[in-house]
Design a protein around this ligand. Sequence first.
Ligand SMILES: NC(=O)c1ccc[n+]([C@@H]2O[C@H](COP(=O)([O-])OP(=O)(O)OC[C@H]3O[C@@H](n4cnc5c(N)ncnc54)[C@H](O)[C@@H]3O)[C@@H](O)[C@H]2O)c1
Length: 261
Amino acid sequence: MGSGMTGYATYPSLRDTVVLISGGASGLGAEYVAQFAAQGSRVGFVDIQTQAADALVEHVTAHGHPRPLFRECDIRDLDAYRAVIREIAAELGDVQVLVNNAGNDTRHAVTEVEPAYWDERMRVNLDHMFFAAQAVAPAMRTAGRGSIINIGSISAHIDLLDLTAYMTAKAAIEGLTRSLAREFGADGVRVNCVLPGSVMTPRQRETWLTPEADAHRAAAQAVPHVLHPDDIARMVLWLAADDSRACTGQRWIVDGGWMHM
Ligand SMILES: NC(=O)c1ccc[n+]([C@@H]2O[C@H](COP(=O)([O-])OP(=O)(O)OC[C@H]3O[C@@H](n4cnc5c(N)ncnc54)[C@H](O)[C@@H]3O)[C@@H](O)[C@H]2O)c1
């Protein structure tokens, strides 16, 4: 929410569609949960922040939208995550849209990175995306349709410091997207990635926002206005809907014109 724009496109193909979102309790993920529910989708989401998740479920339901299904899960534990995906599918039906959103952009000095930390950064930013796609793909392929949306970042394409592991994972997500789009495309399953720019989520505001960083962001963007979670959600909804049925294997940049192609 927050861009001040009124009205959303309504996508008939998203009504009653089963959508799975990782990292859905806060930030961009919470916006996806709310916006898919507002489309009448049946939303399942996972996160480690249980209080925020419960509050979101109540907020969405209070607005008269279908009640999202929350399951606590640390997506770094791939066996646990696969089991939870099976549970969500058993409860809501086969997953038709997967939004691989969970991530973490904690900074680190190159000199201080140890192998275990590097592995953990890949777990939280990359590995779960492959294994969630692997888990939901069979049912999508059998159905002959499905949309998988991986959340990348323009950070893989711009100059930033102290973010090597995150930027490496985000770059890999683009390769993962192209590969899976080919793997699954013949069966009607589409795979795209969305690259947000700098978006004003609560964590970004609390953790990284300084007047200097905001001035840099505004100068770097072609249109200087602040980006809000619903700016990204609009792209995610469209990629999930049949309206984008001819689009797969691509990256979709929502950054106010910061990144140069
Ligand atoms: N906000 C931005 O400006 C921005 C820009 C580019 C890309 N992105 C990407 O968008 C996605 C969401 O970012 P955000 O800004 O909303 O982040 P955020 O930190 O606000 O939210 C991330 C969510 O993922 C959850 N999460 C983190 N680790 C988890 C784990 N191990 N298991 C389960 N859940 C976990 C968190 O609890 C949180 O709810 C990320 O992939 C991020 O890289 C964000």
